[in-house]
Design a protein around this ligand. Sequence first.
Ligand SMILES: Cc1ncc(C[n+]2csc(CCOP(=O)(O)OP(=O)(O)O)c2C)c(N)n1
Length: 300
Amino acid sequence: MTAAPSPLDDADLDAGLLIRRFEEQLLRLYADGHLGGTTHTCLGQEYVPVALAPLLTGDFVFSNHRGHGHYLAHCGDPEGLLAELLGREGGVCHGYGGSQHLRRERFLSTGVQGESLPAAVGVGLHLNRTGQDRIVVAYIGDGTWGEGAVYEALNMAALWRVPLLVVVEHNRIAQSTPTGAQLAGTIAGRVTGFGITVSESDSLDLAEVRAAAAPHVERVRTTRQPHVLVQHTVRLGPHSKGDDTRPAEELDRLRRFDWLQRYAAAYPDRFSAADARARRRVAEISADVLARPAARGGVA
Ligand SMILES: Cc1ncc(C[n+]2csc(CCOP(=O)(O)OP(=O)(O)O)c2C)c(N)n1
């Protein structure tokens, strides 16, 4: 935690900053009444999908309610995402999906906790039966280990040797419930009960997270066996919009674990240049999308 973060190339830094500034803009758009429905930001967690995305090109990605960062890291397309969220023309799902139900090529998200895993197992089974070397990744939170579907899916994945990588973004909180108040034992203990391998990382260093994940992704791909990767992380923002029930001192403490602040402190010039690029890009996208007419199926 005290070591300086590894240097990042522009692509990774730009991808991480785009997610951060994009979601901060969503919260402003919500406050200004431009964004209806709901939105869950991944502030603080951006490095996780950015680290994994290059390892998973061509693979299937299942995302959850907190999925904008997953979408941006795996699919790019901030214009399509913002138009979707604002119900404007050009939205990735023509305004029918909104924040939590996005689909584009091999990317699918759902706001229903645990719903993705059985579907991901089905896709993995199909990939095996059709002789493909693609794999399926499903992002879930630590709170989602309260859903029975997770265990049914893990059982099938182990039994049928499904190439499924479950990425657990373990931010120690589910909405307003701390993990310690709802999860008995450990996620690793539960996973090993199915004979499934598990790895854990608490690194905030994007390059380290990628290097640690790479052999596990490769093993899922070659052995067609599932793996669960638990990434300990921090949720810096509210669960949704203004609903953060954590005390101010706790939020102050968590901000020390902000991977982007750590990066800014270690590489101020590179950070400022990339940040200016990200802010400019988000401002341009926002102005462009706000000027568009409503989508025919718009959610807003
Ligand atoms: C089946 C179901 N139950 C309840 C909810 C409401 N809900 C949305 S997110 C959430 C907490 C999720 O916590 P976690 O899995 O830890 O993910 P995080 O929000 O921390 O990313 C809850 C209870 C839901 N979306 N689906």
